[in-house]
Design a protein around this ligand. Structure first.
Ligand code: PMT
Length: 404
Protein backbone atom coordinates (compact mmCIF):
# COMPACT_ATOMS: atom_id res chain seq x y z
CA UNK A 1 0.00 0.00 0.00
CA UNK A 2 3.00 2.32 0.17
CA UNK A 3 3.79 1.91 -3.53
CA UNK A 4 4.26 5.37 -5.03
CA UNK A 5 3.69 7.21 -1.74
CA UNK A 6 5.83 10.26 -0.97
CA UNK A 7 7.02 10.16 2.62
CA UNK A 8 9.03 12.81 4.43
CA UNK A 9 11.16 11.33 7.21
CA UNK A 10 12.28 13.86 9.81
CA UNK A 11 15.19 12.76 11.99
CA UNK A 12 16.01 14.71 15.13
CA UNK A 13 19.07 14.35 17.32
CA UNK A 14 18.92 11.37 19.64
CA UNK A 15 20.68 8.03 19.81
CA UNK A 16 17.58 6.39 18.30
CA UNK A 17 18.47 8.21 15.04
CA UNK A 18 20.21 5.01 13.93
CA UNK A 19 16.86 3.23 14.08
CA UNK A 20 15.34 5.65 11.60
CA UNK A 21 17.74 4.13 9.06
CA UNK A 22 15.80 0.86 9.56
CA UNK A 23 12.52 2.73 9.17
CA UNK A 24 13.80 4.25 5.92
CA UNK A 25 14.79 0.77 4.67
CA UNK A 26 11.33 -0.60 5.41
CA UNK A 27 9.57 2.36 3.78
CA UNK A 28 11.58 2.10 0.58
CA UNK A 29 11.31 -1.71 0.55
CA UNK A 30 7.54 -1.32 0.53
CA UNK A 31 7.63 1.09 -2.41
CA UNK A 32 7.59 4.57 -0.85
CA UNK A 33 9.76 7.41 -2.12
CA UNK A 34 11.38 8.94 0.97
CA UNK A 35 12.96 12.35 1.42
CA UNK A 36 14.93 12.68 4.64
CA UNK A 37 15.25 15.88 6.63
CA UNK A 38 17.77 15.88 9.46
CA UNK A 39 18.27 18.40 12.21
CA UNK A 40 21.87 19.53 12.74
CA UNK A 41 22.10 17.49 15.95
CA UNK A 42 20.80 14.34 14.21
CA UNK A 43 23.82 14.55 11.89
CA UNK A 44 26.04 14.09 14.98
CA UNK A 45 24.52 10.61 15.45
CA UNK A 46 24.20 9.34 11.85
CA UNK A 47 25.80 10.77 8.71
CA UNK A 48 23.44 12.22 6.06
CA UNK A 49 25.25 10.07 3.47
CA UNK A 50 23.71 6.94 5.00
CA UNK A 51 20.17 8.30 4.53
CA UNK A 52 21.04 9.70 1.11
CA UNK A 53 22.42 6.37 -0.12
CA UNK A 54 19.46 4.36 1.17
CA UNK A 55 16.74 6.78 0.06
CA UNK A 56 18.29 7.65 -3.30
CA UNK A 57 17.35 11.29 -2.61
CA UNK A 58 19.35 14.25 -1.36
CA UNK A 59 19.13 14.71 2.40
CA UNK A 60 18.14 18.13 3.64
CA UNK A 61 19.82 19.59 6.70
CA UNK A 62 19.92 23.23 5.71
CA UNK A 63 17.00 25.65 5.82
CA UNK A 64 18.33 27.45 2.77
CA UNK A 65 18.46 24.36 0.52
CA UNK A 66 17.01 25.02 -2.94
CA UNK A 67 15.48 22.34 -5.14
CA UNK A 68 14.42 23.28 -8.69
CA UNK A 69 15.59 26.84 -9.21
CA UNK A 70 12.15 28.38 -8.71
CA UNK A 71 11.10 26.25 -5.70
CA UNK A 72 11.68 27.11 -2.09
CA UNK A 73 12.97 23.87 -0.54
CA UNK A 74 10.56 23.31 2.32
CA UNK A 75 7.50 24.35 0.31
CA UNK A 76 8.47 22.07 -2.56
CA UNK A 77 8.93 19.03 -0.33
CA UNK A 78 5.89 19.78 1.82
CA UNK A 79 3.55 20.04 -1.12
CA UNK A 80 4.72 16.82 -2.78
CA UNK A 81 4.34 14.61 0.29
CA UNK A 82 1.62 12.24 1.48
CA UNK A 83 2.85 12.12 5.08
CA UNK A 84 5.59 13.43 7.35
CA UNK A 85 6.94 11.15 10.07
CA UNK A 86 9.42 12.39 12.68
CA UNK A 87 11.38 9.49 14.14
CA UNK A 88 12.97 9.88 16.53
CA UNK A 89 11.21 12.99 17.79
CA UNK A 90 13.20 14.52 20.64
CA UNK A 91 11.75 16.64 23.46
CA UNK A 92 13.41 19.60 21.73
CA UNK A 93 11.71 19.23 18.33
CA UNK A 94 8.36 18.47 19.99
CA UNK A 95 8.76 21.60 22.15
CA UNK A 96 9.70 23.81 19.21
CA UNK A 97 6.79 22.69 17.05
CA UNK A 98 4.30 22.90 19.92
CA UNK A 99 5.35 26.50 20.49
CA UNK A 100 5.47 27.69 16.90
CA UNK A 101 9.23 27.89 16.55
CA UNK A 102 10.45 27.26 13.00
CA UNK A 103 14.19 27.85 13.13
CA UNK A 104 15.47 24.87 11.15
CA UNK A 105 14.37 22.93 8.09
CA UNK A 106 12.43 20.25 9.96
CA UNK A 107 10.40 22.57 12.20
CA UNK A 108 9.78 24.89 9.23
CA UNK A 109 8.59 21.93 7.17
CA UNK A 110 6.09 20.90 9.84
CA UNK A 111 4.61 24.36 9.74
CA UNK A 112 4.59 24.47 5.95
CA UNK A 113 2.88 21.17 5.36
CA UNK A 114 -0.82 20.24 5.32
CA UNK A 115 -0.22 16.47 5.28
CA UNK A 116 -0.62 14.23 8.36
CA UNK A 117 2.36 14.50 10.72
CA UNK A 118 3.30 11.52 12.89
CA UNK A 119 5.70 11.89 15.81
CA UNK A 120 7.57 8.84 17.14
CA UNK A 121 9.19 10.22 20.30
CA UNK A 122 12.35 8.80 21.87
CA UNK A 123 13.97 10.28 24.94
CA UNK A 124 15.05 9.63 28.51
CA UNK A 125 12.27 8.28 30.76
CA UNK A 126 12.21 11.33 33.05
CA UNK A 127 12.12 13.70 30.09
CA UNK A 128 9.22 11.71 28.62
CA UNK A 129 7.36 11.86 31.95
CA UNK A 130 8.04 15.58 32.46
CA UNK A 131 5.04 17.87 32.60
CA UNK A 132 6.41 20.18 29.94
CA UNK A 133 6.84 17.38 27.36
CA UNK A 134 3.43 15.91 28.16
CA UNK A 135 1.78 19.34 27.89
CA UNK A 136 3.45 19.99 24.54
CA UNK A 137 2.25 16.60 23.28
CA UNK A 138 -1.30 17.20 24.54
CA UNK A 139 -1.33 20.57 22.74
CA UNK A 140 -0.04 19.05 19.52
CA UNK A 141 -2.60 16.22 19.67
CA UNK A 142 -5.31 18.82 20.07
CA UNK A 143 -4.01 20.40 16.86
CA UNK A 144 -4.42 17.01 15.07
CA UNK A 145 -0.80 15.92 15.12
CA UNK A 146 -0.41 12.16 15.59
CA UNK A 147 1.78 10.43 18.16
CA UNK A 148 3.21 6.96 18.73
CA UNK A 149 3.65 5.92 22.35
CA UNK A 150 7.36 5.25 23.00
CA UNK A 151 8.21 1.70 24.08
CA UNK A 152 9.38 0.56 27.50
CA UNK A 153 12.76 -1.09 28.04
CA UNK A 154 16.42 -0.34 28.71
CA UNK A 155 17.34 3.05 27.31
CA UNK A 156 20.74 4.02 25.92
CA UNK A 157 21.45 5.89 29.20
CA UNK A 158 21.03 2.61 31.13
CA UNK A 159 17.70 3.59 32.71
CA UNK A 160 14.81 1.12 32.41
CA UNK A 161 11.48 2.73 31.62
CA UNK A 162 9.38 4.30 28.87
CA UNK A 163 11.16 6.36 26.25
CA UNK A 164 12.53 3.96 23.62
CA UNK A 165 11.56 4.61 20.02
CA UNK A 166 8.45 2.55 19.19
CA UNK A 167 9.02 -0.67 17.29
CA UNK A 168 9.68 -0.05 13.57
CA UNK A 169 6.80 -2.39 12.60
CA UNK A 170 4.47 -0.43 14.87
CA UNK A 171 5.56 2.87 13.25
CA UNK A 172 5.03 1.31 9.80
CA UNK A 173 1.57 0.17 10.83
CA UNK A 174 0.64 3.66 12.03
CA UNK A 175 1.98 5.24 8.82
CA UNK A 176 -0.24 2.87 6.81
CA UNK A 177 -3.20 3.66 9.07
CA UNK A 178 -2.75 7.39 8.44
CA UNK A 179 -2.57 6.82 4.69
CA UNK A 180 -5.62 4.53 4.61
CA UNK A 181 -9.22 5.61 4.13
CA UNK A 182 -11.38 5.57 7.26
CA UNK A 183 -14.07 3.63 5.44
CA UNK A 184 -14.56 1.05 8.21
CA UNK A 185 -15.13 3.61 10.96
CA UNK A 186 -18.10 2.56 13.05
CA UNK A 187 -17.61 -1.14 12.20
CA UNK A 188 -16.67 -3.59 14.94
CA UNK A 189 -15.11 -6.63 13.29
CA UNK A 190 -14.27 -9.89 14.98
CA UNK A 191 -11.62 -11.84 13.07
CA UNK A 192 -10.39 -15.34 13.81
CA UNK A 193 -6.90 -16.45 12.82
CA UNK A 194 -4.54 -19.38 13.01
CA UNK A 195 -5.06 -23.05 13.72
CA UNK A 196 -6.57 -24.72 16.76
CA UNK A 197 -4.76 -27.40 18.73
CA UNK A 198 -6.53 -30.45 20.11
CA UNK A 199 -4.50 -32.32 22.71
CA UNK A 200 -4.00 -36.08 22.38
CA UNK A 201 -1.81 -36.31 25.46
CA UNK A 202 0.39 -33.78 27.33
CA UNK A 203 3.00 -33.97 24.56
CA UNK A 204 1.02 -34.32 21.33
CA UNK A 205 -1.81 -32.59 19.55
CA UNK A 206 -3.91 -32.52 16.39
CA UNK A 207 -3.47 -29.28 14.49
CA UNK A 208 -2.97 -27.93 10.95
CA UNK A 209 -0.55 -25.76 9.02
CA UNK A 210 -2.29 -22.39 9.43
CA UNK A 211 0.25 -19.72 10.41
CA UNK A 212 -2.34 -17.07 11.21
CA UNK A 213 -0.97 -14.70 8.52
CA UNK A 214 -4.28 -14.36 6.64
CA UNK A 215 -6.25 -13.49 9.79
CA UNK A 216 -3.60 -11.20 11.25
CA UNK A 217 -3.36 -9.27 7.96
CA UNK A 218 -7.13 -8.87 7.94
CA UNK A 219 -7.02 -7.54 11.49
CA UNK A 220 -4.20 -5.07 10.75
CA UNK A 221 -5.81 -3.72 7.58
CA UNK A 222 -9.26 -3.45 9.18
CA UNK A 223 -7.82 -1.48 12.10
CA UNK A 224 -5.92 0.84 9.75
CA UNK A 225 -9.17 1.55 7.94
CA UNK A 226 -10.83 2.67 11.15
CA UNK A 227 -12.63 -0.48 12.36
CA UNK A 228 -12.63 -1.56 15.96
CA UNK A 229 -11.06 -5.03 15.75
CA UNK A 230 -11.12 -8.05 18.02
CA UNK A 231 -8.76 -10.79 16.95
CA UNK A 232 -9.43 -14.28 18.29
CA UNK A 233 -6.26 -16.21 17.58
CA UNK A 234 -5.24 -19.81 17.87
CA UNK A 235 -1.58 -20.64 18.59
CA UNK A 236 0.48 -18.60 16.15
CA UNK A 237 4.15 -17.79 16.61
CA UNK A 238 5.06 -14.91 14.46
CA UNK A 239 2.96 -11.84 14.97
CA UNK A 240 2.56 -8.75 17.02
CA UNK A 241 -0.39 -6.44 16.60
CA UNK A 242 -0.69 -2.81 17.47
CA UNK A 243 -3.90 -1.28 18.70
CA UNK A 244 -5.73 -4.60 18.37
CA UNK A 245 -7.26 -6.58 21.20
CA UNK A 246 -6.06 -10.20 20.82
CA UNK A 247 -7.91 -13.00 22.57
CA UNK A 248 -5.68 -16.08 22.58
CA UNK A 249 -7.07 -19.61 22.59
CA UNK A 250 -5.95 -23.14 21.80
CA UNK A 251 -8.81 -25.52 21.11
CA UNK A 252 -11.87 -25.20 18.87
CA UNK A 253 -14.10 -25.14 21.95
CA UNK A 254 -12.01 -22.34 23.48
CA UNK A 255 -12.24 -20.45 20.18
CA UNK A 256 -16.02 -20.91 20.07
CA UNK A 257 -16.32 -19.64 23.66
CA UNK A 258 -13.97 -16.70 23.02
CA UNK A 259 -15.99 -15.65 19.98
CA UNK A 260 -19.24 -16.02 21.87
CA UNK A 261 -17.94 -13.91 24.77
CA UNK A 262 -16.83 -11.09 22.44
CA UNK A 263 -19.83 -10.76 20.12
CA UNK A 264 -21.39 -7.75 21.83
CA UNK A 265 -21.75 -4.94 19.27
CA UNK A 266 -19.89 -6.90 16.54
CA UNK A 267 -21.09 -5.91 13.06
CA UNK A 268 -19.07 -8.46 11.03
CA UNK A 269 -17.27 -11.72 11.75
CA UNK A 270 -14.51 -12.99 9.44
CA UNK A 271 -13.53 -16.61 10.14
CA UNK A 272 -10.05 -17.00 8.66
CA UNK A 273 -9.05 -19.53 11.33
CA UNK A 274 -8.51 -23.14 10.36
CA UNK A 275 -10.59 -24.72 13.09
CA UNK A 276 -10.01 -28.45 13.72
CA UNK A 277 -13.17 -30.30 12.72
CA UNK A 278 -12.39 -33.16 15.10
CA UNK A 279 -10.73 -33.64 18.48
CA UNK A 280 -9.58 -36.80 20.26
CA UNK A 281 -12.55 -38.38 22.06
CA UNK A 282 -10.30 -38.90 25.10
CA UNK A 283 -7.27 -36.96 26.19
CA UNK A 284 -4.58 -39.13 27.86
CA UNK A 285 -3.25 -37.65 31.10
CA UNK A 286 0.18 -39.28 30.55
CA UNK A 287 2.28 -39.38 27.39
CA UNK A 288 1.06 -42.38 25.37
CA UNK A 289 3.77 -45.05 25.14
CA UNK A 290 4.81 -46.72 21.92
CA UNK A 291 3.73 -50.30 22.51
CA UNK A 292 1.95 -52.06 19.69
CA UNK A 293 -0.75 -50.58 17.51
CA UNK A 294 -2.63 -47.48 18.50
CA UNK A 295 -5.75 -45.94 17.05
CA UNK A 296 -7.21 -42.58 17.88
CA UNK A 297 -10.93 -42.13 18.29
CA UNK A 298 -12.14 -38.69 17.24
CA UNK A 299 -15.29 -36.74 17.95
CA UNK A 300 -16.56 -33.67 16.08
CA UNK A 301 -15.85 -30.14 17.23
CA UNK A 302 -18.58 -27.51 17.11
CA UNK A 303 -18.87 -25.73 13.78
CA UNK A 304 -18.37 -22.18 15.05
CA UNK A 305 -19.42 -20.44 11.85
CA UNK A 306 -22.54 -22.56 11.36
CA UNK A 307 -23.47 -21.74 14.98
CA UNK A 308 -23.14 -18.01 14.25
CA UNK A 309 -25.21 -18.47 11.09
CA UNK A 310 -28.09 -19.86 13.14
CA UNK A 311 -28.31 -16.83 15.44
CA UNK A 312 -31.28 -14.53 15.00
CA UNK A 313 -28.99 -11.54 15.66
CA UNK A 314 -26.26 -12.80 13.34
CA UNK A 315 -23.66 -10.22 12.29
CA UNK A 316 -22.48 -10.04 8.66
CA UNK A 317 -20.74 -13.40 8.28
CA UNK A 318 -17.67 -14.06 6.16
CA UNK A 319 -16.33 -17.59 5.95
CA UNK A 320 -13.27 -19.00 4.27
CA UNK A 321 -13.23 -22.23 2.29
CA UNK A 322 -9.87 -24.00 2.26
CA UNK A 323 -10.21 -26.60 -0.47
CA UNK A 324 -8.03 -29.08 -2.30
CA UNK A 325 -10.57 -29.91 -5.06
CA UNK A 326 -13.93 -28.68 -6.42
CA UNK A 327 -13.24 -25.24 -4.97
CA UNK A 328 -16.39 -23.52 -6.18
CA UNK A 329 -18.82 -26.34 -5.47
CA UNK A 330 -17.56 -26.76 -1.89
CA UNK A 331 -17.47 -23.01 -1.27
CA UNK A 332 -21.03 -22.52 -2.53
CA UNK A 333 -22.20 -25.41 -0.38
CA UNK A 334 -20.57 -23.81 2.70
CA UNK A 335 -22.30 -20.46 2.06
CA UNK A 336 -25.67 -22.19 2.18
CA UNK A 337 -24.97 -24.71 4.93
CA UNK A 338 -23.46 -22.12 7.29
CA UNK A 339 -25.83 -19.27 6.26
CA UNK A 340 -23.01 -16.89 5.27
CA UNK A 341 -23.13 -13.50 3.57
CA UNK A 342 -19.95 -14.14 1.68
CA UNK A 343 -17.17 -16.71 1.39
CA UNK A 344 -13.50 -16.44 0.46
CA UNK A 345 -12.43 -19.56 -1.36
CA UNK A 346 -8.77 -20.52 -1.60
CA UNK A 347 -7.32 -23.62 -3.23
CA UNK A 348 -4.67 -24.48 -0.66
CA UNK A 349 -2.80 -26.72 -3.12
CA UNK A 350 -2.09 -23.86 -5.58
CA UNK A 351 1.49 -22.50 -5.40
CA UNK A 352 1.48 -19.18 -3.51
CA UNK A 353 -1.95 -19.79 -1.96
CA UNK A 354 -3.27 -20.96 1.38
CA UNK A 355 -1.26 -21.96 4.41
CA UNK A 356 1.97 -20.31 5.66
CA UNK A 357 2.94 -18.31 2.53
CA UNK A 358 2.73 -14.49 2.49
CA UNK A 359 0.45 -14.53 -0.58
CA UNK A 360 -2.92 -15.97 -1.46
CA UNK A 361 -5.15 -16.52 -4.50
CA UNK A 362 -8.83 -16.10 -3.72
CA UNK A 363 -12.30 -16.07 -5.19
CA UNK A 364 -15.02 -14.15 -3.36
CA UNK A 365 -18.54 -15.49 -3.66
CA UNK A 366 -21.59 -13.81 -2.18
CA UNK A 367 -24.88 -15.41 -1.21
CA UNK A 368 -26.47 -14.45 -4.54
CA UNK A 369 -23.80 -16.57 -6.25
CA UNK A 370 -21.84 -13.59 -7.68
CA UNK A 371 -18.18 -14.52 -7.93
CA UNK A 372 -15.08 -12.32 -8.22
CA UNK A 373 -11.70 -13.83 -9.09
CA UNK A 374 -8.43 -12.34 -7.85
CA UNK A 375 -4.86 -13.02 -8.99
CA UNK A 376 -1.98 -13.92 -6.68
CA UNK A 377 -1.56 -11.06 -4.19
CA UNK A 378 0.11 -10.45 -0.83
CA UNK A 379 -2.11 -11.42 2.12
CA UNK A 380 -2.14 -7.71 3.02
CA UNK A 381 -3.69 -6.88 -0.37
CA UNK A 382 -6.05 -9.86 -0.13
CA UNK A 383 -7.22 -8.49 3.23
CA UNK A 384 -7.91 -5.14 1.52
CA UNK A 385 -10.08 -6.64 -1.23
CA UNK A 386 -12.03 -8.78 1.27
CA UNK A 387 -12.79 -5.68 3.34
CA UNK A 388 -13.71 -3.70 0.17
CA UNK A 389 -16.15 -6.47 -0.69
CA UNK A 390 -17.77 -6.42 2.75
CA UNK A 391 -18.32 -2.66 2.42
CA UNK A 392 -19.74 -3.11 -1.10
CA UNK A 393 -22.19 -5.84 -0.10
CA UNK A 394 -23.32 -3.97 3.01
CA UNK A 395 -23.93 -0.82 0.94
CA UNK A 396 -25.89 -2.80 -1.64
CA UNK A 397 -28.06 -4.21 1.12
CA UNK A 398 -28.65 -0.79 2.64
CA UNK A 399 -29.79 0.49 -0.77
CA UNK A 400 -32.05 -2.52 -1.29
CA UNK A 401 -33.61 -2.06 2.15
CA UNK A 402 -34.93 -4.78 4.44
CA UNK A 403 -36.22 -7.96 2.80
CA UNK A 404 -39.85 -8.59 3.73
O1 PMT B 1 -3.17 -18.90 8.44
P1 PMT B 1 -2.46 -18.91 7.09
O2 PMT B 1 -1.19 -19.72 7.12
O3 PMT B 1 -2.26 -17.53 6.54
O4 PMT B 1 -3.41 -19.68 6.05
C1 PMT B 1 -4.62 -19.09 5.67
C2 PMT B 1 -5.75 -20.12 5.58
C3 PMT B 1 -5.47 -21.12 4.49
C4 PMT B 1 -5.89 -20.85 6.94
C5 PMT B 1 -7.07 -19.32 5.28
O5 PMT B 1 -6.93 -18.65 4.06
C6 PMT B 1 -8.30 -20.21 5.25
O6 PMT B 1 -8.66 -20.79 4.23
N1 PMT B 1 -8.97 -20.35 6.42
C7 PMT B 1 -10.12 -21.28 6.61
C8 PMT B 1 -9.61 -22.66 6.85
C9 PMT B 1 -10.73 -23.66 7.08
O7 PMT B 1 -10.85 -24.16 8.18
O8 PMT B 1 -11.56 -23.84 6.07
P2 PMT B 1 -12.79 -24.90 6.04
O9 PMT B 1 -13.18 -24.92 4.61
O10 PMT B 1 -12.39 -26.16 6.71
O11 PMT B 1 -13.89 -24.21 6.94
C10 PMT B 1 -14.91 -23.37 6.39
C11 PMT B 1 -15.19 -22.22 7.33
O12 PMT B 1 -15.77 -22.71 8.54
C12 PMT B 1 -13.96 -21.44 7.75
O13 PMT B 1 -14.27 -20.07 7.78
C13 PMT B 1 -13.65 -21.96 9.17
O14 PMT B 1 -13.04 -20.95 9.96
C14 PMT B 1 -15.04 -22.31 9.67
N2 PMT B 1 -15.06 -23.44 10.62
C15 PMT B 1 -14.55 -24.65 10.27
C16 PMT B 1 -14.63 -25.71 11.17
C17 PMT B 1 -15.22 -25.51 12.41
N3 PMT B 1 -15.30 -26.49 13.29
N4 PMT B 1 -15.72 -24.31 12.74
C18 PMT B 1 -15.65 -23.27 11.86
O15 PMT B 1 -16.11 -22.17 12.16
Amino acid sequence: MLQGKEILLGVSGGIAAYKSVLLLRELTKQGANVNVIMTQSATEFVGPLTFQTLSGNPVTTDIFTLFASSEIGHVALASRADLLVIAPATANIIGKIANGIADDFLSTMVMATRVPVLFAPAMNTNMWASLVVQKNIANLKEMNYHFMEPAEGELACGVIGRGKLADIDAIMDEIKALLSPDDLKGEKILISAGPTEEAIDPARCLTNRSSGKMGYNLAAVARRRGAEVILVAGPSAEFETWGIEVVHCNTAIEMANAIDANLEGVTSVIMAAAVADFRPAKQASEKIKRDGNYSLELEPNPDILAGLGRRSDKPFLVGFAAETSKLLAHAKDKIKRKNLDMIVANDVTAPGAGFVVDTNIIKIIDRDGQMTDFPLMSKEKVAGVILDHIIKLKNQRRLRGPVS
